[in-house]
Design a protein around this ligand. Structure first.
Ligand code: PEP
Length: 467
């Protein structure tokens, strides 16, 4: 069993029921929907297809809605504009007319106040670089530093500039509503700057029937500055290296990744490493040596999940990318080379109970830790201890909770009915189901963590059994 979870972003290359089924068969644990490029109609259709294909296979597949966030974009450019070093180029706001072919309107009026002469403007993930040379009431004049073709709706980064856009834009709020109605398992908030941004999202989730987990995307210098408070506030962290590598000096990126993963492990927060992991496979069937090592590094660091973006949305080899992720993750996990010292500091009494169960399981070399969990928390605590030998099976009453565990390191969730009058019956029938499914074998030793309600109370217990 692979412990590192795989997230694949869906897009034109992968949005048919058949392709979604093949991605699940190839090991996709979570499907990501990028709201920068998605319509409501597509979201409804694709969520229906993911749920149907997962149910058909009786597996848990989580669905992540990734918001666009307060992103600055170029307006309509009828013909892509060729930019050459040394040329002048103008960004206008509010529909101000600029010189045709030498200017573009942007969707953020305050850009003229936020930018100063000498600041950098980066377009298309930093491929095109410009420097501000003049500031006017409704336009910013720049000098082109690196060449490129500027098109419509291109993403603009202003590194080091404190922009005054809200944490959740009107588009984000509409998308969050759509995600809540459709019952997504995770909502990723883009360009989080401080913990308060996440509390705004939680406010909107509070009154919803579905309660998706909140993912904080670390992709801005301010998020790096406020990392620990964001990790504590979020349910999950994503190291979103695409924008992060543009907003911060690129040589800082490996240090930020390592620090974020380490702090998440210490706090017991799941962490995703994302973007450009197999970028060259958008056009080629094989990864580069550097990409193989990058993926392996995230597995060595013990990230919970690794993520594919362009590779599975527009790439020519989406299934091969899954295969490469799967192969590398299994191999690195088998090598035992990972650093196992950074286990979470579990502090509450329930967390301490989990900690002692994991220590016992490791001591006994138990085949598995079987966690009976109502809201998924005990299974999450178990995963954050990163047991080295024992597999983690989370037994859940509901499919919704099972799906919410789809990106936790090492967790395989199974759905079984709970008998709240006779919890012991729940345990014996779940163990039988695990044996029938081939997940446990006769003679194996398991450690059981049960958090099952009995007499209107949640009773936590640990026991050891031989199957
Ligand atoms: C990233 O920037 O790395 C990222 C995951 O976000 P997006 O794909 O939305 O730009």
């Amino acid at each position: 069993m692979r412990r590192t979870r795989i997230i694949a972003t869906l897009g034109p290359a992968t949005d048919s029921p058949e392709m979604i089924g093949r991605l699940i068969d190839a090991g996709m644990n979570v499907a990501r929907l990028n709201m920068s490029h998605s319509t409501a109609e597509w979201v409804h259709r694709v969520i229906h297809d993911i749920r149907a294909e997962a149910r058909r296979r009786n597996v848990s597949v989580g669905i992540m809605m990734d918001t666009q966030g307060p992103s600055i974009r170029t307006g309509n450019v009828p013909n892509p504009i060729d930019l050459k070093p040394g040329e002048k180029f103008t960004f206008t706001v509010g529909g101000e007319q600029g010189e045709p072919g030498r200017s573009v309107d942007v969707n953020y009026e305050n850009i003229v106040n936020d930018l100063n002469i000498g600041d950098m403007v980066l377009v298309d993930n930093g491929e095109i670089r410009l420097r501000v040379s003049g500031k006017y009431e409704r336009k910013i004049e720049c000098e082109v530093l690196t060449p490129g073709k500027l098109g419509s709706h291109r993403h603009i980064n202003l590194p080091g500039v404190k922009i005054s856009l809200p944490a959740l834009t009107p588009k984000d709020l509409e998308d969050v509503q759509l995600g809540l109605e459709a019952g997504v398992d995770f909502i990723a908030l883009s360009f989080v700057r401080e913990a308060k941004d996440l509390r705004q999202l939680r406010y909107h989730i509070a009154s919803s029937k579905f309660k998706p987990l909140v993912i904080a995307k670390i992709e801005h210098q301010l998020a790096v500055n406020n990392l620990l408070e964001i990790i504590r506030e979020a349910d999950i962290i994503m190291v979103a290296r695409g924008d992060l590598g543009v907003e911060c000096p690129y040589e800082e990126l490996p240090i930020i990744q390592r620090r974020a993963v380490k702090q998440c492990l210490q706090v017991g927060r799941p962490v995703i490493v994302a973007t450009h992991m197999l970028e060259s496979m958008i056009g080629n069937p094989m990864p580069t040596r550097a990409e193989i090592t990058d993926v392996a590094n995230a597995v060595f660091e013990q990230a919970d999940a690794i993520m594919l973006s362009g590779e599975t949305t527009v790439g020519r080899y989406p299934l091969q990318c899954l295969e490469v992720f799967d192969k590398i993750a299994r191999r690195i996990e088998r090598s035992g080379g990972a650093n196992y010292h950074d286990r979470a500091e579990l502090t509450s009494p329930r967390q301490k109970l989990v900690k002692s169960a994991v220590v016992m399981a490791e001591d006994l070399k138990a085949a598995a830790i079987v966690v009976f969990t109502i809201r998924g928390n005990m299974a999450r605590h178990t995963a954050s201890m990163r047991p080295r030998h024992s597999r983690i099976y989370a037994v859940c009453e509901s499919r919704v909770i099972a799906d919410s565990l789809s990106l936790n390191w090492g967790v395989r969730a199974v759905v079984c009915p709970f008998n709240h009058e006779l919890p012991e019956k729940t345990i014996s029938s779940a163990l039988r189901a695990l044996v029938t499914a081939g997940l446990l074998k006769t003679g194996e030793v398991v450690v059981i963590i049960s958090s099952i309600s009995a007499e209107e109370q949640i009773v936590d217990a640990v026991q050891m059994r031989k199957i």
